[in-house]
Ligand binder design. Structure first.
Ligand SMILES: [Mn+2]
Length: 307
């Protein structure tokens, strides 16, 4: 195989925690980029939230940092689009989950028919009407699916990702109002319990089937809070009874094995300020390392056979 047959990788660091009232996720990408610099020889771009921003953490503010997030995501989106044009395979390291509105919609703009697998303890399907916290990192999947939240995707003029091609994996904390949104939209949800009962491989097989059906491929968004906070405490909104470290690595292995069906990937929500003994950092590093290895084996778009 010559070099022209495989993808080049571009890692985007998205250092923003504007989507959550808890600070620290903005520091995750720089830390992980530093960790991978010992072996990663590919290209990268770093985006860091403007330190001049007076971040809103006010519980009564139902639209926290909306304009700042929109601005951050517009830049990120345009940069990823430019990279996609040059046929880089994009891996985004967050940041809170709001930055994925940029990466997932950039994938939709480039690849047109895209499915998405949202690996997360939360479903991130609130709208400005249903959010209890006003934290926009609880809205991105609704925004990506075109379920209200227009304000969060002004920069995007391509297709949205269809709810029928959207699968949430690992959910165990869905707010009351959000539950109605999830039901109404028609996305598929596999809970943490489903993973425990059927195993990672069976759930991921189903997820790939649904998200990949008549699409060009799949965007993977991996939120570290799917993992149990006893092993991975370094996230902004931990939820108990998560998956084990072993199951997390099984997901990574699955993704590596099926990389030719994947168009783009994120790893988000590492919060170094909440970490204990660098446990979460080590797990995040393992996941991102596996993502890079997978990407380095990935063949170019043309060779995919999804249609
Ligand atoms: Mn999330």
């Amino acid at each position: 195989m010559n070099y022209g047959d495989i993808m080049r990788t571009m890692i985007y660091g998205a250092g923003s925690d504007l989507g959550v009232h808890i600070d620290g996720a903005s520091l995750g990408p720089a830390q992980l980029m530093n960790d991978i610099s010992t072996f990663y020889k590919g290209e990268s771009k770093m985006f860091q939230q403007d330190p001049e921003i007076l971040k809103s953490r006010n519980i009564s503010d139902r639209r926290k940092n909306e304009y700042e997030i929109e601005k951050f995501n517009t830049e990120l989106y345009n940069s990823i689009l430019a990279g996609n044009k040059e046929e880089y395979f994009p891996i985004l390291i967050g940041g809170d989950h709001s930055v994925v509105i940029a990466s997932a919609l950039a994938s939709a703009k480039t690849n047109i028919d895209v499915g998405i697998i949202w690996i997360d303890a939360h479903s991130d399907y609130n709208t400005f009407e249903t959010t209890i916290t006003g934290n926009i990192h609880g809205l991105p999947l609704a925004a990506i699916n075109g379920f209200k939240c227009n304000e969060l995707r002004f920069f995007h003029d391509g297709k949205i990702i269809q709810p029928s091609r959207t699968v949430i994996v690992g959910a165990r904390a869905i707010d009351e109002g959000e539950k109605d949104n999830v039901k109404y939209s028609g996305v598929t949800v596999f809970t943490t319990q489903d993973i425990k009962e059927k195993g990672v491989e069976a759930i991921m097989d189903e997820a790939f089937k649904i998200a990949g059906y008549k699409t060009k491929g799949i965007h993977i968004s991996y939120d570290l809070d799917i993992i149990d906070p006893i092993v991975a405490p370094g996230v902004s909104v931990p939820e108990k009874d998560g998956i084990s470290e072993e199951e997390a690595m099984q997901i990574s292995e699955y993704l590596e094995k099926h990389i030719n069906d994947v168009l783009s990937m994120d790893l988000v929500e590492f919060n170094p300020l909440r970490d204990i003994d660098r446990k979460t950092e080590q797990i995040a590093l393992n996941i991102v390392t596996q993502m890079i290895h997978a990407a380095e084996k990935k063949k170019k778009w043309e060779e995919k056979k999804y249609y």
